[in-house]
Design a protein around this ligand. Structure first.
Ligand code: HEC
Length: 245
């Protein structure tokens, strides 16, 4: 066996497999075993909360149908909104996986080809150490644009119309229509529709370039307490907004 060519190649092949398994699976697993993983609730920042409440303003009937109405008392309402928002993020991610959005969209700005000029800052590993990135949705194909900085780039009603019928906003778009995210019309998103929009608006919400285009307006729900979100979870954009009334 050791004298034949195929024997040597066979043993070399097994050895290379062993080395690859060690360096790509075993060592990273041991290195990152104790890395704390953030839960969806901890990922709620003022930006995504803004977008979630924005859904309540743009689609009040649909929002109430899906989530019920928030408690009247401010503190309870904050906790309620944070929880519903976290639930929406979890469901939104499930929808993203189930609908195979990752077949056409990546979530990773690579440090090559000036990608950061098109999509914003190059992705960094800490951005992926949380529940909503397990497993990560890096994607390997880009039929459509990268989405990891998509949050805040478009308004939520833009997304609603786009998911309902992409070609209405982008002529000849190859993106499929998702009528099952809605109760019959683009302004009636159902639970899945609200969740996928929240999830898309969350992507990059932790980043200082957020929001990219959309102008913030007054909160749809009265006396929203941005301060209820720990300062550490607020983006620099939010901090600046608070500083200039
Ligand atoms: C067949 C490929 C394909 C699939 C599947 C697909 N998309 Fe797209 N998507 C595209 C293309 C191409 C564009 C760019 C043209 C357009 O805006 O419609 C796009 C655009 C978008 C945009 C707008 C980006 C921007 O700001 O211009 C978002 C958001 C988006 N897709 C999200 C999704 C989500 C979420 C899903 C899954 C529910 C999905 N896409 C499934 C191909 C796809």
């Amino acid at each position: 066996m050791f004298e034949s060519k195929s024997g040597i190649l066979g043993i070399a092949g097994l050895a290379f497999f062993g080395i690859a398994f060690l360096s790509n699976a075993v060592i990273p697993m041991l290195m990152y075993r104790n890395l704390p993983e953030q839960k969806a609730e901890q990922l709620i920042n003022a930006n995504v909360r803004y977008q979630f409440e924005d859904l309540a303003r743009r689609f009040p009937a649909a929002f109430e149908k899906t989530y019920g109405s928030p408690p009247a008392e401010t503190k309870e309402r904050e906790a309620w909104l944070n929880q519903k928002c976290a639930d929406a993020l979890r469901l939104g991610r499930k929808v993203y996986i189930a609908e195979a959005c990752w077949h056409c969209h990546s979530q990773f700005v690579r440090p090559v080809s000036n990608e950061e000029r098109r999509w914003g800052a190059v992705s960094a590993s800490p951005e992926y150490a949380n529940e909503l990135q397990r497993p990560v949705m890096f994607g390997t194909r880009r039929v459509g644009p990268d989405l990891c900085r998509e949050g805040g780039r478009r308004s939520s009603d833009w997304h609603a119309v786009h998911f309902f019928r992409p070609a209405d906003l982008s002529a000849k778009s190859p993106m499929p229509e998702y009528p099952w995210f809605f109760d019959g019309a683009a302004d009636k998103p159902n639970a899945r529709g609200l969740a996928i929009i929240t999830y898309i608006q969350w992507l990059g919400s932790w980043h200082e370039t957020y929001p990219l285009y959309e102008q913030y307006e007054a909160s749809p729900l009265q006396d929203m307490q941005v301060d209820a979100v720990p300062a550490a979870q607020q983006s620099p954009a939010t901090q600046a907004r608070k500083a200039t009334p």
